[in-house]
Design a protein around this ligand. Structure first.
Ligand code: SF4
Ligand code: SF4
Length: 363
């Protein structure tokens, strides 16, 4: 089979792998794919089933030598194209990562600056710019999806006084139960630096977290540093102080990762800021509410809000369509004039990442 044909086959499985952005058949995507995989690797990945599979089973299915198949699977895992998880027998089961979130994150989480990193960062930028250009050229904006891929985690202290506390919005219970936590480099901010060294907004870079099996995977394959809970909580506190928004996949029972996002480099938060309806793109299930009697019009909250949801008349006013319920304004209001209140139209997110991906694939 020709190299072009193997990349076409890989494109076909990548297209069906899910994720939060479209996988469009264009030159920019194929330039990226060719940077990510050799033709030999694409020939293996292009024949992988959607469900995870051992090297033994895939070699048997493809009727190819086991060591040959395993070598390619391992190389693609180390290069952030595949996910690998050990089964009860200790064998790795491999599966293809979606383009984003998935392959993008696995390229830049390790925070390195190799020649390959620079090339892939440029290829991703070209592809993502093309997706944005295509979206902006549509005669009508795309309708907001009924289920978002991402959601916001509010600062827990700020919802404790509210009558409604969604169990999935509280981090502390989850952090009590979780065993494995890995911390790596913010892939969005690192990607930006690889494209342009001057593109640095000055906030911390080492604060991207993975949990459970994802933490083990990130520590084994992508330079993730395993940390104790106390250090993880300190990192989250520092992110809040820096005005970063905790974002995760829109799941209610399983928490696989937490990104600490700035609206200048996170594609999702940046898109939400630019929209006039950020809460339909991502939300915590809460919105900020200002008590006009307590507001001193100091404008601290306007500076603090990452999606420009607050304006000033005589007192601060929150745009409920734009507020994503991050609570960054609540924690810094000097007069205690802002509280978080539950949104009336909030729906409980899918339980697990697999459930979420199944919902996204139905669209
Ligand atoms: S930070 Fe508080 S007091 Fe200052 S303008 Fe905003 S709501 Fe009003
Ligand atoms: S108004 Fe407050 S809670 Fe809403 S998005 Fe802005 S900072 Fe976050």
């Amino acid at each position: 089979m020709s190299a072009e044909k193997t990349y076409e086959e890989f494109y076909n499985v990548l297209r069906k792998a899910g994720g939060a952005i479209p996988v469009i058949h264009n030159d920019a995507l194929f330039a990226l794919i060719k940077e990510l995989l050799t033709p030999e690797e694409a020939a293996v990945a292009g024949l992988m089933p959607r469900k995870s599979i051992t090297a033994e089973k895939l070699a048997e299915t493809l009727e190819r030598p086991l060591e040959d198949v395993r070598t390619h699977l391992e190389a693609m895992t180390d290069n952030g194209v595949l996910h690998a998880k050990r089964n009860k027998e200790g064998q790795y089961k491999y599966s293809l990562l979606p383009l984003l979130p998935g392959i993008f994150e696995a390229q830049f989480y390790r925070g390195t600056k190799t020649d390959r990193d620079y090339r892939i960062a440029r290829r991703f930028k070209d592809y993502l710019d093309g997706v944005i250009k295509l979206r902006d050229s549509l005669p009508e904006p795309l309708p907001a999806p009924s289920t978002s891929y991402f959601r916001v985690l509010p600062i827990e202290e700020e919802i404790k006084t509210n009558k409604t506390v969604f169990p999935y919005a509280t981090l502390s219970k989850f952090m009590e139960q979780i065993q494995d936590i890995a911390v790596g480099t913010c892939f969005c901010r690192h990607h930006a630096i690889l494209v342009d060294e001057k593109d640095d907004c000055g906030v911390s870079h080492k604060n991207c977290m993975a949990f459970g099996d994802a933490a083990i995977f990130m520590s084994e394959r992508h330079n993730g540093r395993l940390v104790e809970k106390e250090e993880a909580l300190e990192i989250l506190k520092k992110a809040e102080a820096e005005g970063l928004v905790h974002c995760s996949a829109n799941t209610s029972e399983e928490l696989v990762f937490i990104c600490n996002c700035c609206s200048c480099h996170c594609g999702i938060l940046g898109t939400a800021k630019a929209a006039s309806h950020a809460s339909s793109i991502l939300t915590s299930g809460y919105i900020a509410n200002v008590d006009s009697q307590l507001c001193s019009a100091c404008e601290t909250c306007i500076e603090r809000c990452p999606v420009s949801a607050i304006s000033m008349d005589d007192v601060a006013a929150v745009d409920s369509e734009q507020c994503i319920g991050c609570s960054l304004c609540v924690s810094t209001c000097p007069t205690g004039a802002i509280e978080l209140i539950a949104k009336s139209d909030t729906r409980t997110p899918p339980e697990t990442l697999l459930d979420l991906e199944a919902v996204m694939r139905q669209k």
